[in-house]
Design a protein around this ligand. Structure first.
Ligand code: ZN
Length: 176
């Protein structure tokens, strides 16, 4: 993964927020949120916001249950973290999410000044970190979060998604 200097407002060293040794723990928390999302019929994607080695907010995708196209796990977790901390600037926080963020969520991570984004599986169709766009590396962004893929739980992340879509097809065969 690329390593590059930060620009813009000062913020904590990403390594002090969450290092690679923390990835397993926090990605498992995000996965648990993803599982809960499936319980209400939402695509099982989960996220957690980490600060000082602990979770300040966690959320699953709620697009279906809230009938809200913006209710992605990352957006909800970012909002909740900002509310919990009483500030919009999350420059001392890391975002863990099971699947590579889309353009909206990568954009929100930039706007929130998130220091570090860690995701569990790439999204070849819509991922805006490295798959279809590289928003976190865009030179025109006023803030560039560091990011890394944490591939050790990728199989679990992808199995959760594929099981969900198989179940959906079974329950709604006419949709095919
Ligand atoms: Zn998204």
């Amino acid at each position: 993964m690329r390593d590059r200097p930060h620009s813009g407002a000062p913020f904590a060293d990403a390594a002090s927020i969450a290092g690679p040794s923390d990835d397993d723990r926090f990605m498992r928390e995000a996965l648990a949120e993803g599982r809960r999302a499936a319980d209400h019929g939402d695509v099982p994607i989960g996220a957690a916001i980490v600060r000082d080695g602990s979770i300040v907010a966690r959320a699953g995708n709620r697009r279906e249950v809230d009938a809200d196209p913006t209710a992605h796990a990352e957006i909800i977790a970012i909002r909740d973290a900002a509310r919990a901390l009483g500030r919009w600037r999350l420059s001392d926080c890391a975002l863990y999410v099971t699947v590579e963020p889309c353009a909206m969520c990568a954009g929100a991570a930039v706007l929130a000044r998130i220091a570090l984004v860690v995701f569990g599986a790439p999204d070849e169709k819509a991922g805006a970190v490295r798959s279809v766009a590289e928003l976190l590396d865009a030179s025109w962004m006023n803030h560039r979060p560091r990011w890394r893929l944490y591939p050790q739980l990728r199989d679990e992340v992808e199995r959760l998604l594929s099981d969900f879509f198989v179940m959906q097809r079974k329950s709604r065969p006419e949709a095919d």
